[in-house]
Design a protein around this ligand. Sequence first.
Ligand SMILES: [Zn+2]
Length: 217
Amino acid sequence: MKLHCIDCGLPFEAEVSGSVNVREHPELKEKVLDGSLFMETCPHCGRVNLLGQALLYNDPDQKILMWLLPEENGTRNVEASIKAAIAGSDPALLEGYTTRIVRTAGDLMEKVKIFDSGLDDLVMELCKHVTKLELAGDEKDKARLQAISKAPFKFFRLDGPDNDIEFTYPLDGRMVGARVGFNVYEDCAGIVSRNPSMRPSDPFQVIDSVWVGRFIG
Ligand SMILES: [Zn+2]
């Protein structure tokens, strides 16, 4: 695909992947996780350009299908035709699959990490919400409190002998971390299992803070 550098404006060719099957190409999963699949360096000036491509991420072993559909690319039509194609196909094809739409490469990377850790992304969204409430409860500064409640939390990793959950989020122009015990995640898993309507009934939903926000006060 021919791109124009956002910095120098000169054209260059970039190899843009539209789909990734991580069983056939495990090396592409690494490129998803380190972000290099979504970037190309301009050969003229060295500026790293974000590709902003739509991408189908398929992990047949973990039965995960995720569609990266950046909103800014006018992908609404793509999304509608994808959903129409799915609606018209045999539902057995998606049997046992976790299917998601994600809006940014960062969201895709995060979900890959969550599923690789054997965790549930819907429970994780609730866990982020609860973690924010805990942090906010300790915070006296009103401006910081607001910044924390608005910050996009990302699952970073499980850590330590008790599988503490580490999040990262931007605050005051830098990335900071938050850490909660695994019991917070387990409590959230309990809430989700007692409220099955929180689970998406249609395939390819966006599971994010907006999604869980509909179910909590
Ligand atoms: Zn350039």
